[in-house]
Design a protein around this ligand. Structure first.
Ligand SMILES: [Zn+2]
Length: 299
């Protein structure tokens, strides 16, 4: 993927997340907002098919009043209830035993070993809930929108030993932080500042422009997978651990200082993952709420 400026807006969005309480569990607030905003695409009329009218109506009907009709407004809700819903905290990520591949049977469980208690199991579960009109559909929708964002953050599918980079202390330019936080928040913040005039909408526009230009030919492959499972979430997790090894962990050790070289070579990854999260969330919501017109077939 190119390192064009167009990627930068995505980063900016991610940066704004950092105002939040330190959270080891997610893209920052901005990152999640961008993923959902891109999925909604209510702002721009782009040629790519995002949410269909039927799906948009179904989503808006399920949103809580506080959302004001906008999915992006409640995209970080799952982080806000982290302490109330302790059982859900393993659902934000998946860990591997120090290897650069994801195996659902091996890696998708909580600390008690309960199966499917990881981000991939959660995406499949909440998709099934919504498709079968289960209980608490509003919460299922808010969880789903959030976890589709999380599974695209490379360090949300990474090594158990370092807790997804949380125990790897680094300096982001001059500021002391940890590697996980760099990917959740710092890179987006720096991008916002350096390229997007600290304006999240500008960053989103830039990412959307890349979706319609640079990545236009890739979109159909983003939306599909060959697995006969509820969703393609296991594939997204496999992509993330590969990116974690090839980019996030690469050339980083305890007390590393990360600056321009790291930022400029990794920012395009962050922006592309936000774009993929948005496009795939839209595809999934279409598949759930508008199966007849969706390009994706339900098995
Ligand atoms: Zn999360």
């Amino acid at each position: 993927m190119g390192t064009t400026l167009a990627l930068l807006p995505l980063l900016l969005l991610l940066l704004s997340l950092s105002i939040h309480v330190p959270c080891a569990d997610a893209w920052g607030k901005e990152g999640h907002f961008m993923v959902c905003k891109i999925a909604e695409v209510l702002v721009f009329s782009i040629s790519v098919a995002y949410l269909t009218e039927n799906a948009t109506r179904a989503v808006v009907d399920l949103l809580p009043p506080v959302a004001g009709g906008e999915l992006a407004a409640v995209c970080s809700w799952a982080d806000e209830v982290r302490f109330r819903y302790r059982w859900a905290s393993p659902l934000h990520y998946a860990n591997t035993p120090g290897v650069c591949n994801f195996k659902q049977s091996r890696d998708c469980h909580n600390a008690k070993g309960e199966k499917d208690m990881c981000v991939v199991g959660a995406i499949n579960n909440y998709t099934s809930q919504l498709r079968s009109y289960g209980d608490n559909l509003t919460e299922s929708l808010m969880f789903l929108a959030h976890f589709v964002g999380d599974v695209h953050q490379p360090l949300h599918v990474s090594f158990a030993d370092d807790e997804g980079g949380n125990t790897i202390i680094v300096h982001w330019y001059r500021r002391k932080t940890n590697l996980h936080h760099v990917w959740d928040v710092s890179m987006i913040e720096t991008a916002m500042k350096d390229y997007y005039n600290n304006d999240l909408d500008t960053m989103i526009e830039s990412i959307e422009k890349n979706i319609t230009d640079e990545w236009a030919d890739d979109i159909s492959s983003w939306e599909t997978c060959n697995k006969r499972t509820v969703t393609c979430a296991a594939d997204y997790a496999s992509e993330s651990i590969t990116l974690a090894c090839d980019y996030a962990y690469k050339d980083v050790e305890q007390d590393s200082t990360l600056g321009d070289e790291y930022f400029l070579s990794r920012l395009p990854i962050v922006e592309k993952r936000i774009a993929q999260g948005g496009v795939r969330l839209a595809a999934l919501l279409n598949k759930i709420f508008d199966p007849l017109t969706s390009t994706i077939q339900i098995e």
